[in-house]
Ligand binder design. Structure first.
Ligand SMILES: Cc1cc2nc3c(=O)[nH]c(=O)nc-3n(C[C@H](O)[C@H](O)[C@H](O)COP(=O)(O)OP(=O)(O)OC[C@H]3O[C@@H](n4cnc5c(N)ncnc54)[C@H](O)[C@@H]3O)c2cc1C
Length: 303
C-alpha cells in the first residue's frame, strides 16, 4: 500500500493548485483525477488574471499538471471510490487498490446539469459559444446579444436579472413546463424587461450563428443560450468520510478550508462559493498551507 503525506482528490484548478503548493513544501503528494474537470469544458477563459488574450481550459490544466509534476507531485488517472479516517490519517480505495495519506484534500468539483441535446451537438455548441453555463465567467462576451436562459424558479429569475447587466434582450425559458411564477415574480420580470417563455422545450438546435429553441410549435432564436439548470456536487466522498455538508451538498469548511473531519480539507466548486477558477486556486492555496502547517507541527520535514 503506497503512503503519501497528502492526497488530493480531483485534478482541476483547485486540486492542481494545491498539488503545486504541497510539492513545493517538500511534501509527498499524489493527485487522483477521473478526468471530468469543468475547466476542461472552457473554450477560452478571459477573466483569469495574467492571460490578457484568454486561455483554453485544457491548456490551463495541462500547464498546471506540468508545473505540479515538475515539483514532484504524482498524477493518477483513477476514480477514488472509498475514503475513511484511519489511525490518525486516511485510507483511500480505487478499485481493489489502497493508499494511505496523513492529510487529504477534496477538490472534486461539481457537474453542470446539461440541457437535453445529443452529446456531440452539445459539445459543438459549447465550443463555439452558442451554449454557455456561467454568466459570471463569460457574460461579457454576450454583451448586447440576444440571450436566453434555460431555467425557472428563483434561481432562474436571479440568473436572468444578473444577465440584464450584459444585455437588454434577455429571455427566461422554462425547460419542462410553465414557469408557474406568482404575481410578484411576474411583476419583477416585467420590471426588469425579461421575457418569460413557458416550456416545455421540445428541441434545442444549434445553427451556424444562432441557437433555436422549439417551444409549443414556435421557434425562438438567440445568439446564446445559458443553461441555468443547476449542478450536482461531487461531495459523496466527503459524506462517506463523515464530513458535514450543506443541504445543497456543498462541503462545509472552516477558514483554513478544513472540513468537520480533522485532517480532511476541501477546496473549489465542491465548497460553497463563487465557482470560479480564481476562487478555486485561492482556496487551494489556503488549504495546502494549512495541511503543511499541520504536518510540520508533528515532525520536521528535512532530515
Ligand atoms: C463551460 C464553462 C465555462 C467556464 N468558464 C469559466 C471562466 O471563464 N472563468 C472561471 O473562472 N471559471 C469558469 N468556469 C468554472 C470553472 O471551470 C470551475 O470553477 C473550476 O473548474 C473549478 O475547479 P475545481 O478544481 O473545483 O473543479 P473541477 O475543475 O471540476 O475539477 C474537479 C475534478 O475532480 C475530479 N473528481 C471528482 N470526483 C473524483 C473522484 N472520486 N476521484 C477522482 N477524481 C474525481 C473530476 O473528474 C474533476 O477532474 C466555467 C465552467 C464551465 C462549465
Amino acid at each position: 500500500m503506497a503512503e503519501f503525506d497528502c492526497i488530493v482528490i480531483g485534478g482541476g484548478p483547485a486540486g492542481l493548485s494545491a498539488a503545486i503548493y504541497l510539492a513545493r513544501f517538500h511534501l509527498s503528494v499524489a493527485v487522483f483525477d477521473d478526468g471530468r474537470s469543468r475547466a476542461a469544458l472552457i473554450p477560452l477563459t478571459r477573466n483569469l488574471a495574467g492571460f490578457p488574450v484568454g486561455v483554453g481550459g485544457r491548456d490551463l490544466l495541462r500547464r498546471m499538471r506540468v508545473q505540479a509534476e515538475g515539483f514532484g507531485a504524482r498524477m493518477r488517472a483513477d476514480t477514488v471510490e472509498g475514503l475513511a479516517p484511519q489511525d490518525g490519517g486516511f485510507a483511500l480505495t480505487a478499485g481493489d487498490r489502497h493508499w494511505r495519506a496523513s492529510r487529504v484534500l477534496l477538490a472534486t468539483g461539481v457537474i453542470n446539469l446539461a440541457p437535453k441535446m445529443k452529446p456531440d451537438a452539445h459539445d459543438d455548441a459549447l465550443r463555439c459559444g452558442l451554449l454557455r453555463y456561467c454568466p459570471v465567467c463569460d457574460g461579457h462576451e454576450v454583451t448586447d446579444r440576444r440571450v436566453a436562459l434555460l431555467g425557472s424558479g428563483p434561481h432562474g429569475l436571479a440568473e436572468a436579472q444578473f444577465m440584464r447587466s450584459f444585455s437588454r434582450d434577455v429571455s427566461l425559458v422554462a425547460p419542462s413546463g410553465p414557469h408557474g411564477f406568482d404575481e410578484s415574480r411576474r411583476a419583477a420580470l416585467a420590471e426588469w424587461g425579461i421575457a418569460a417563455i413557458d416550456g416545455p422545450v421540445d428541441a434545442i438546435v444549434a445553427g451556424r450563428d444562432d441557437i433555436a429553441l422549439q417551444v409549443a410549435g414556435e421557434t425562438h432564436c438567440f445568439d446564446t443560450l445559458y443553461a441555468a439548470l443547476g449542478t450536482a456536487l461531487r461531495s459523496e466522498l466527503a459524506r462517506a468520510a463523515g464530513a458535514q455538508t450543506a443541504p445543497d451538498g456543498a462541503v462545509l469548511v472552516d477558514r483554513h478550508q478544513m472540513t468537520s473531519v480533522e485532517g480532511l480539507y476541501a477546496a473549489g466548486d465542491v465548497v460553497k462559493g463563487l465557482d470560479q477558477i480564481a476562487t478555486a486556486m485561492g482556496q487551494a492555496a489556503i488549504a495546502a498551507t494549512a495541511m503543511r502547517n499541520a504536518i510540520c507541527a508533528e515532525r520536521p520535514l528535512r532530515r
